[in-house]
Design a protein around this ligand. Structure first.
Ligand SMILES: Nc1ncnc2c1ncn2[C@@H]1O[C@H](COP(=O)(O)OP(=O)(O)OP(=O)(O)O)[C@@H](O)[C@H]1O
Length: 617
């Protein structure tokens, strides 16, 4: 058993590993994943006893690592480093025999010779036993080093194999074979910790995946739990689609294409010149189209909204430090404000006070009476305080410059608190911004036939809480609209977009309180309460109440569903609207809270909808 307790490691003032803890048992194969420089090799060296830590401890088979003698360590753990410098022309067999040095003094025993033969066969290098190591290709040398490490512990149960990128340079067959050998070693009673860069190899061979970022442990769990779009994004900053390999039922991780953004290579002066040119275009376009909103102008000019806002730096826009969690914790001081969250086709505006703000590594929460938000901070990249046409607001954008959330100052807001907040969070160094290429949405779905529909339907019916739905999508690797299509009979019914209006009218007319969720990838805004004034204006359907406004593009609704999710408080009914890409536009529930069944009146409204209007789409 290996137990790592709260270890940290510093070089000078730089912390390379910070407060990492985990244990592994004989039989387990653990894969360490993380971006370049995340601290994987450093962690491995600490566990190998090559780096001494000031804090924490490493316990190996019940004894502190520091208490092992060098010769004891040599027969209990083997290390394969990223770089193996060999300058003398040893033969392959001689080099592998080095793994047996801890076991003999002058000449190897028959057993040592046997072990060397066995590992050379296992690693496919037996036919090159007599060749000089220095004449081998990179991948062949790597296999020899692997064989040396294996020879060291081949017969030592409960020992520890520490492998730093063992498959680097190997062709695809030997990559697979190497990991198969390591997994077999684990199954024979060894403990294996292996640094890899290939998530698909990790998916196939790891029993457990530990993900590191900035020297800290971020995720620790089965490949199924950890190799998901969100952890992958957080660790590697790359969007990935996860599909299930139908023959192995293991996840396949497919990173999305990234476009090279030349603007990111511009130096600050070039960025400012580009920004000044844009400012001129923006000013001219605004003058010619005075009624257009910034989001529409951004779309027309094929530029992001954040870049347009940034053209006002020094005049209408103050850049904010990227310390958004601490900034948001101060927003309650502003008092009565207006929170705005939107996606492509729907805007939710709710007035009130930010209260009960907290952050976990996975999401932020604002759980006030009025303002109710779920925040996904990993997507928050740029922030500005904007003052335009007499309206002041804090605006937050993702890395592509798309707006995620805005907070508007009202007549009743606390002016002094707003000024103090700006003083504390202004980023005077930022003169121009450069945004990432916008990810094209391609919600590739597995074919319906590849989904384990029966199990999926059973799991749906067995939900104890509607919040489990997201986990269900992950588990069966289905998109939301696919899930609705494959739902068990009676749990998802297709409606017409007009049904949504009908439901709003019935709720407004009968004073039935509702919950309206408007999501984007950085924020979900929830309005809970009554809706009253419903107004249609061109393609927009609006709720225009004093505290809550909703603007919804009816012509963008491609699918409307009535969805039923079981919970321990009885069935929960919702109406869900999706766009052409399968992205959720809006979700509406009856007002509810945990432990209380949903309102009967709401249930009657949704259940009556299909009768009210025949579904056509
Ligand atoms: N001796 C050292 N002195 C100063 N910094 C160091 C030292 N060793 C490593 N680092 C730094 O510590 C960080 C973690 O390094 P480490 O080699 O553990 O990363 P890694 O996760 O293994 O990365 P890679 O995937 O690139 O191999 C890096 O930023 C590296 O530059």
């Amino acid at each position: 058993m290996l137990t790592v307790n709260n270890i940290s490691f510093k070089v000078g003032h730089r912390t390379l590993v910070s407060d990492v803890s985990f244990s592994i048992r004989p039989g387990e194969m653990v894969v360490l994943l993380g971006a370049n420089g995340a601290g994987k090799s450093t962690l491995l060296k600490i566990i190998a006893g090559m780096h001494k830590t000031e804090n924490g401890q490493v316990l190996f088979n019940g004894k502190l690592l520091g208490e092992y003698t060098t010769s004891d360590l040599a027969i209990n753990r083997a290390v394969l480093n990223q770089q193996n410098n060999v300058s003398l022309p040893f033969t392959v067999a001689e080099l592998v025999m080095m793994g047996r040095y801890p076991y003999f003094k002058n000449s190897p025993s028959a057993n040592d010779v046997n072990v060397v033969d066995e590992v050379m066969k296992a690693t496919g290098i037996a036919q090159m036993a007599g060749r000089s190591y220095l004449t081998l290709s990179g991948g062949e040398q790597q296999r020899v080093q692997l064989a040396r490490a294996l020879a060291q512990l081949w017969q030592q149960k409960n020992s520890l194999l520490l492998m730093d990128e063992p498959v680097t340079g190997m062709d695809i067959l030997y990559q697979q074979q190497t990991l198969a050998i390591l997994k077999a070693m684990a199954r024979r009673g060894h403990m294996v910790i292996c640094v890899l860069h290939d998530m698909n190899l990790a998916s196939h061979y790891a029993d457990r995946v530990i993900m590191l970022k900035n020297g800290r442990k971020w995720y620790d769990g089965s490949p199924h739990e950890t190799l998901q779009p969100k952890p992958v994004y957080e660790i590697f900053e790359i969007e990935a689609d996860i599909v299930i390999n139908p023959s192995t039922l293991k996840q396949m991780i497919m990173p999305r294409e990234v476009a090279f953004n030349y603007k990111q290579t511009l130096n600050p002066t070039d960025m400012e010149t580009t920004q000044n040119n844009l400012k001129q275009r923006y000013t001219e376009y605004k003058a010619a189209n005075p009624k257009k909103r910034i989001r529409e102008i951004a779309a027309d000019l094929n530029i992001s909204e954040a870049e347009l806002v940034a053209t006002g730096i020094g005049e209408t826009a103050i850049p904010l430090k990227k310390d958004f969690e601490n900034l948001l914790k101060r927003v309650p001081e502003l008092g009565y404000v207006m929170a705005l969250t939107r996606n492509e086709y729907c805007v939710s505006e709710r007035k009130g006070v930010y209260e009960k703000i907290s952050f976990t590594p996975h999401a932020g929460l604002v759980l006030g009476e009025d303002i109710d938000l779920r925040l996904f901070m990993q997507h928050w990249q740029f922030g500005f305080a904007v003052s335009e046409n007499g309206r002041r607001s804090l605006q937050f954008f993702d890395k592509a410059g798309t707006a995620l959330h805005k907070i508007y100052i009202t007549d009743k807001s606390n002016e002094e608190a707003y000024q103090n907040l700006l003083n504390d969070f202004v980023d005077n160094s930022l003169k121009a911004i450069s945004v990432a290429h916008k990810d094209d949405k391609h919600n590739a779905e597995m074919p319906d036939e590849a989904v384990q529909v029966e199990d999926f339907q059973t799991a749906w019916k067995g939900m104890g809480d509607s919040h489990e739905f997201f986990g269900l999508l992950r588990r069966f690797n289905v998109s939301r609209t696919q899930a609705l299509r494959l739902a068990p009979e009676g749990f998802a019914k297709k409606l017409n977009a007009e049904n949504f209006k009908k439901a709003c009218e019935l709720c407004a007319g009968n004073h039935i309180p509702v919950m309206i969720f408007v999501p984007n990838h950085g924020c979900i805004q929830i309005h809970t309460g009554n809706i009253d004034k419903l107004v249609e204006m061109g393609p927009w359907y609006n709720v225009l109440d004093p505290e809550f406004n909703l603007h919804l593009r009816m012509d963008a609704i491609a699918e409307t569903w009535h969805v039923v999710k079981p919970s321990t408080d009885g069935d929960v009914n919702s109406i869900e609207l999706y766009d052409q890409q399968g992205e959720m536009i809006l979700q509406m529930f009856g007002k509810r809270k945990p432990g209380v069944p949903e309102l009967n009146e709401w249930r009657e409204v949704v259940n009556g909808l299909e009768i009210a209007i025949e579904p056509v789409n």
